[in-house]
Design a protein around this ligand. Structure first.
Ligand SMILES: Cc1cc2nc3c(=O)[nH]c(=O)nc-3n(C[C@H](O)[C@H](O)[C@H](O)COP(=O)(O)OP(=O)(O)OC[C@H]3O[C@@H](n4cnc5c(N)ncnc54)[C@H](O)[C@@H]3O)c2cc1C
Length: 288
């Protein structure tokens, strides 16, 4: 990858790019083919032992899995379980070969870098540069609305970072922008587990890395629920309990101050070349 101002890098072959929408659709097709009924547009309002309450009625089950990730705060009693923090993305028009020859990523490698305010990107199968990152504000009371999936200021800031990394991209246009809420536990530690006394199970808190991890969570819960003794049920994230987030206004204050600290730390590190002590202190307080 030929990004500007790179001092060094690491490469791992253990990384893959997928189209998550295709994954979800194929998964739904397989589940339906195996005889399961999916009820879309049915909002769950509360989960209790043996019963899921929805806006269209209740469903009874011996085991209930909560896998609601960034939307968990919509469930009764879960306002402080996971903070919905938005990640936003953009995609360029398909780029010509001469642009790609300057950018690199010939094998469609995905990339990220070491800045505090996370960014990530990849070359799509149709030759676009898809690029995303954090930076969207956290909304008071963990509010989630479809309007938050797009934020002109954050998308503009992401574009600026992308052009800074690959100046040649500035000649291209952005054709798509989107985003969504991630599920962030208070200690940034994803977890899954099953409480045998109530039949309530959960998997989530993937902090934006859930495409692969939710698969592991699903397999682990299948083993826990069927009582299958396997290596994966011994992994350290199983039955880990993160403490709840602070009540408001502290959650709003802490999350947005963190955003500012991390943005400021990136600026100061770029300027001085020294690690930010403030960012290190903040990260320690978050438990990671
Ligand atoms: C812009 C963006 C980029 C990302 N990039 C990556 C990446 O590169 N790599 C990666 O690994 N991860 C990435 N992620 C994160 C990844 O999408 C999630 O971690 C993953 O989707 C989590 O899967 P999940 O099935 O647990 O939750 P989700 O995919 O969020 O699904 C939760 C489901 O629960 C449903 N639901 C929630 N609440 C209720 C309710 N009350 N009633 C009924 N249904 C409900 C929702 O409708 C949804 O269908 C990204 C996320 C975003 C937003």
């Amino acid at each position: 990858m030929n990004a500007t101002d790179v001092l060094g890098g690491t490469y791992t072959p253990h990384c893959a790019a997928i189209n998550p929408a295709r994954l979800v659709r194929s998964l739904a097709r397989s589940v339906v083919a195996s005889g399961t009924v999916i009820h879309e547009h049915t909002r769950v309002t509360a989960i209790e032992p043996g019963i899921v309450r929805t806006d269209h009625g209740s469903v009874r089950a011996e085991y209930i899995v909560r896998a609601t990730e960034g939307y968990t705060r919509t469930l009764k009693g879960h306002t402080r379980t996971l903070a919905p923090v938005y990640s936003l993305m953009l995609a360029t028009e398909p780029l010509p070969d001469e642009v790609w020859s300057q950018i690199g990523l010939a094998e469609r490698e995905t990339f990220s870098d070491g800045r505090h305010l996370i960014i990530y990107g990849q070359r799509t199968s149709d030759g676009r540069l898809a690029f995303g990152g954090r930076g969207a504000p956290y909304h008071f009371g963990s509010r989630i609305t479809p309007e938050q999936d797009r934020n002109a200021a954050v998308h503009a800031a992401l574009w600026e970072v992308l052009v800074d990394l690959f100046p040649i991209v500035s000649r291209s246009s952005v054709t798509h922008t989107w985003g969504g809420p991630l599920g962030i536990p208070r200690d940034w530690w994803a977890s899954c587990g099953l409480d045998l006394s109530t039949g309530l199970a959960w998997s989530g808190g993937y902090v934006g890395d859930g495409v692969g991890t939710s698969n592991l969570g699903g397999r682990t819960l299948a083993d826990l629920i069927t009582g299958t003794d396997s290596d994966i049920v011994e992994l350290p994230w199983v039955d880990h309990h993160s403490k709840p987030w602070e009540p408001e206004p502290f959650r709003w204050l802490g999350t947005n101050v963190g955003l500012r600290v991390m943005t400021g730390a990136d600026d100061s590190e770029a300027r001085t070349g020294r690690p930010s002590r403030l960012a290190a202190m903040f990260a320690k307080n978050l438990g990671h």
